[in-house]
Design a binder for this molecule. Structure first.
Ligand code: NAD
Ligand code: TYD
Length: 352
C-alpha cells in the first residue's frame, strides 16, 4: 500500500467520524489529518477510540477561513482530501440559509483553491473527494429513483448549498484538471448521530418519555443507509473510481417516516421493558416542514455493478444496533444535548 497523507474534513461529525475510524484502522500506513471546527455537530468524543493512534492527527479549524486553509495545505502536503465538513440539517438551513452558503459553498471553494494552488504540478494525481447528498436531485413522486443522470433540482437551502458545492467541485475538474470524485448518498443512520435528525431525536425522546414529533402526516419517504456502509462505500469509491466520476450511494431501503417511528417504538418497548404500544403513545404529529421533499430513493446500481459495493445490514438489524448504542452511551447523549441543543429544541419544537 502506498503511503498517503489524507485530509478528512468534518471528521468529528456523524459520518466523518465513521470515515476517520475506518481509514485510521484499515490503513495504518496512511496518515489521516482530521480538520474540524467542532460546531455543535462535531464532537471529539466521537473519536475517543482513535485519538491515540500514531497515524491520526486532529486540527481544529474553519474551512471558511481561506488563509488558514492555504497555510494548512502548505504545511501538510496532503496527497488527497475527503471533504465532509458541512452544515447538514435541513431545518437549520430554513432558519439560517447564509450559514449554509458560508460553510457548504465558500468553505468548499476555499478547499478547492488550496488544492489547486498547492497541487499545481500534480493536479491529476491527487484526489479531491467531495461527499454529497441525494437531496441535490430534489424530490420524487410515487415512482422512480435518482440515478447519476438525474437533473439537479434542490429545494431546501441545505440542498441548494450542497448542489452548488457539487457544481464547483466539477467545475475545478473541467476547468483546471483537478482529480475529483463526488458521491451522493441517501439518509444515513447509526451511532454518533446528532439528536436533531429524525432517528436519534426519536430514540432520545422515546427514552425520555417526551413527545416524538412527526412532521405533517409522516407520509414522507426516505431511503435509509447504515452509516458504516456509507463509510465503506466512500473507501471503495475513493480508491477505485475514475477521475471526474460520480456515484450514488443508497440502501434500496425506502420507509415512510411514520413506519420508521413505529418500528423504533416497537424496538424501544422491548429494550426498555415497556408494554407493547407504550412508546407509540408519544407520537405527536406537528406542523410540516416548509418545502418538505416527499420522497427520496437512490439507484446505486452503478456503484454495485462497477465497484462491487453492497449494503451489509437489513434496516431492522441496523436500527436495533443503533438503539443499543444510544442506550449504552448515555454520557454521549447527555454531553451533546446540554447547552445549545436546549435552545435549538425550544425554538424548533416548543415555540412554533
Ligand atoms: P454533521 O453535521 O454530523 O457533521 C458535520 C461536521 O462538519 C461537524 O463535525 C462540524 O463540526 C464540521 N463543520 C461544520 N462547519 C465547519 C467548518 N466551517 N469548518 C470545519 N468543520 C466544520 O454532518 P454529517 O451528517 O456527518 O454529514 C457529513 C457530510 O455528509 C456532509 O457534507 C453532508 O452533506 C453529507 N451527507 C450527509 C447525509 C446524512 O444522512 N447525514 C447523507 C448524505 C450526505
Ligand atoms: P432528517 O433526519 O432531518 O433528514 P432529511 O431532512 O435530511 O431527510 O429528516 C428525515 C425525515 O423525517 C424528513 O422527512 C423530515 C422528518 N422529520 C420529522 O418528521 N420530525 C422531526 O423531528 C425531524 C427532525 C424530521
Amino acid at each position: 500500500m502506498t503511503k498517503k497523507k489524507i485530509l478528512i474534513t468534518g471528521g468529528a461529525g456523524f459520518i466523518g467520524s465513521h470515515v476517520v475510524r475506518l481509514f485510521v484502522n484499515k490503513y495504518p500506513d496512511y496518515s489521516v489529518v482530521n480538520l474540524d471546527k467542532l460546531t455543535y455537530a462535531g464532537n471529539l468524543l466521537n473519536l475517543k477510540d482513535v485519538e491515540g493512534k500514531s497515524n491520526y492527527t486532529f486540527v481544529k479549524g474553519d474551512i471558511t477561513d481561506a488563509a488558514f486553509i492555504t497555510e494548512l495545505f502548505s504545511e501538510h502536503k496532503f496527497d488527497a482530501v475527503i471533504h465532509l465538513a458541512a452544515e447538514s440539517h435541513v431545518d437549520r438551513s430554513i432558519s439560517n440559509p447564509l450559514e449554509f452558503v458560508m460553510t457548504n459553498v465558500i468553505g468548499t471553494v476555499n478547499l478547492l483553491n488550496a488544492a489547486k494552488s498547492e497541487w499545481k504540478d500534480s493536479l491529476s494525481t491527487r484526489r479531491f473527494y467531495h461527499v454529497s447528498t441525494d437531496e441535490v436531485y430534489g424530490a420524487l413522486g410515487d415512482t422512480g429513483m435518482f440515478t447519476e443522470e438525474t437533473k439537479y433540482d434542490p429545494h431546501s437551502p441545505y440542498s441548494a448549498s450542497k448542489a452548488s458545492s457539487d457544481h464547483f467541485v466539477r467545475a475545478y475538474h473541467d476547468t483546471y484538471g483537478l482529480d475529483i470524485v463526488i458521491s451522493n448518498c441517501s439518509n444515513n443512520y447509526g451511532s454518533h448521530h446528532f439528536p436533531e435528525k429524525l432517528i436519534p431525536l426519536a430514540i432520545h425522546n422515546i427514552k425520555s418519555n417526551k413527545p416524538v414529533p412527526v412532521y405533517g402526516k409522516g407520509e414522507n419517504i426516505r431511503d435509509w443507509l447504515f452509516v458504516e456502509d456509507h463509510a465503506k462505500a466512500i473507501d471503495i469509491v475513493f480508491h477505485n473510481s475514475k477521475s471526474g466520476d460520480t456515484y450514488n450511494i443508497g440502501g434500496h431501503n425506502e420507509w415512510k417516516n411514520i413506519d420508521v417511528i413505529n418500528l423504533l417504538c416497537k424496538i424501544m418497548d422491548k429494550k426498555l421493558g415497556r408494554k407493547e404500544g407504550e412508546s407509540a403513545k408519544l407520537i405527536t404529529f406537528v406542523k410540516d416542514r416548509a418545502g418538505h421533499d416527499l420522497r427520496y430513493a437512490i439507484d446505486s446500481s452503478k456503484l454495485q455493478n462497477n465497484l462491487g459495493w453492497t449494503p451489509s445490514l437489513q434496516f431492522e438489524e441496523g436500527l436495533e444496533r443503533t438503539v443499543d448504542w444510544y442506550l449504552s452511551n448515555e454520557d454521549w447523549l447527555q454531553n451533546v444535548t446540554s447547552g445549545d441543543y436546549k435552545k435549538y429544541y425550544e425554538e424548533q419544537y416548543v415555540k412554533r
